[in-house]
Design a protein. Structure first.
Length: 430
């Protein structure tokens, strides 16, 4: 398989061209013939023009690559090595939503031929690839997995907004259904990954590795979020306490904050779901999720209490929220906990205006039924800087003073303006 691919006698298809699939398709297309498939025709049209809809990649990334972007499922039949990188999120009940993964498996199954390979990159619970996806591939192809075609799993490790840790520089975990599959899959990824390849002993191990990477971060952040809640009552600067504790060699520094996005805020629910199917009720993982999911409510209550203490009626107050993406310097709004904060503030009848230089107003309106203000106004009763975008880091004290009414109430969730602490009537940070 690898020889045919590197000689361009066979092609690779990458299904799902978001933050994970697009950079992967472009890197592979430097060495192989690649079909980049996505069901969103508008996004595909932008890529055909050399434009990244996520705004993560420069136009130069589309140059000198052998890639054909398409929204036509018929093009998948021209490929022999399939990589599925569709999003895996959760529904309103915090249960894994496997529909995109199932639909992608159906499309690939219809295109499968004897000898083909299918590799999944989407984050799932251990067992999902072999127990949930493989039967779909077999049903729609009429072929038998392992015997007629090979499967594997290689968890994505893309870090949106990170211009240093790019795809080739992140060590890649790979796995296969047998030794031959593992060897071929490792060779394909090894062609583009300079950081090295780690061969997991099984598909389930590779799946487990991915979910526990993010669960570990989720739990560590939940700990400092709980500390922030405690220290707020004790009038202790959480970041100062963390800095002091960090002087010990074996202390691991994490910062409190809103935990959203398509990984850390989602992946723990995949393992929780699988564990409950097995009759296990995880205590630690669930507790971490409860704490992190509760942060928007806690922050909103703090703001409301502050408004009341300053003699301001929340129902007649105007609050500016700066930043709605799930993290700094990215356009991704998926599972943004800032949205939860905004809706909680609105539940107090507060008039909330939102601004974000990175987010798409159309996407925010479509996804959350919220409007981004085109221009920051004046006379705000409070300001919440929720996301540490580069555009916000240079803001000075006079900016906040110029847009505030009756003194600045600044909620600086990322602690970017601690230097102004003594000069502001109200400065609050996690």
């Amino acid at each position: 398989m690898y020889t045919d691919l590197i000689n361009k006698e066979k092609a690779i298809a990458v299904i799902g061209l978001g933050y994970v699939g697009l950079p992967l398709a472009l890197e592979l297309a430097k060495h192989f013939r690649v079909f980049g498939f996505d069901i969103n025709q508008e996004r595909v049209a932008l890529m055909q023009q050399g434009i990244d809809p996520t705004r993560e990649l420069e136009p130069s990334a589309f140059e000198n690559v052998d890639v054909h972007f398409t929204a036509d499922p018929a093009d998948l039949s021209k490929a022999h090595f399939f990589i599925i990188a569709v999003p895996t999120d959760i529904n309103e009940h915090k249960v894994p939503n496997l529909i995109p993964l199932q639909k992608a498996s159906e499309s690939v199954g219809k295109a499968l031929k004897p000898g083909d390979y299918v590799v999944y990159e989407s984050t799932v619970y251990p067992g999902c690839t072999e127990e949930d996806c493989l039967p779909i591939l077999e049903e729609h192809s009429g072929l038998k997995g392992v015997q007629d075609f090979k499967i594997g799993y290689s968890p994505e490790r893309i870090n949106p907004g990170d211009k240093t840790r790019t795809l080739p520089t992140i060590l890649k975990i790979v796995s296969g259904c047998d030794a031959d599959a593992l060897e071929a899959i490792a060779k394909v990824y090894g062609q583009i990954i300079t950081a090295g390849i780690y061969e997991a002993p099984s598909i389930k191990v590779a799946e487990a590795a991915k979910v526990i990477e993010n669960i570990q971060r989720d739990l560590n952040i939940s700990l400092v979020n709980e500390l922030a809640m405690i220290f707020d009552k004790m009038d202790i600067d959480t970041n100062a306490a963390l800095a002091a504790a960090g002087t010990k060699w074996n202390f691991h520094r994490y910062s409190p904050g809103l935990v959203g996005g398509h990984c850390i805020g989602v992946d723990p629910y995949y393992l929780l779901h699988k564990a409950r199917q097995l009759g296990i009720e995880p205590q630690v993982i669930a507790a971490g999720r409860r704490i992190n999911d509760a942060m928007p409510v806690w922050i909103a209550k703090n703001l409301v209490q502050t408004l009341l203490q300053k003699g301001k009626n929340p129902s007649t107050s105007k609050v500016l929220v700066m930043g709605i993406t799930f993290k700094e310097d990215v356009a991704d709004i998926r599972n943004s906990k800032v949205v939860d904060l905004v809706k909680e503030l609105m539940s107090y009848s507060i008039h909330v205006q939102i601004t974000d230089p990175q987010a798409s107003p159309n996407e925010v309106a479509h996804e959350y039924k919220l409007s981004l203000t085109e221009q920051i106004g004046k006379e705000y009763d409070a300001i919440i800087v929720a996301v540490a975008h580069q555009e916000y880091k240079a803001l000075q004290l006079d900016f906040f003073q110029s847009i505030s009414r009756n003194g600045v109430i600044l909620f600086d969730l990322k602690g970017m303006y601690s230097a102004f602490r003594e000069e502001l009537p109200v400065y609050w940070t996690l």
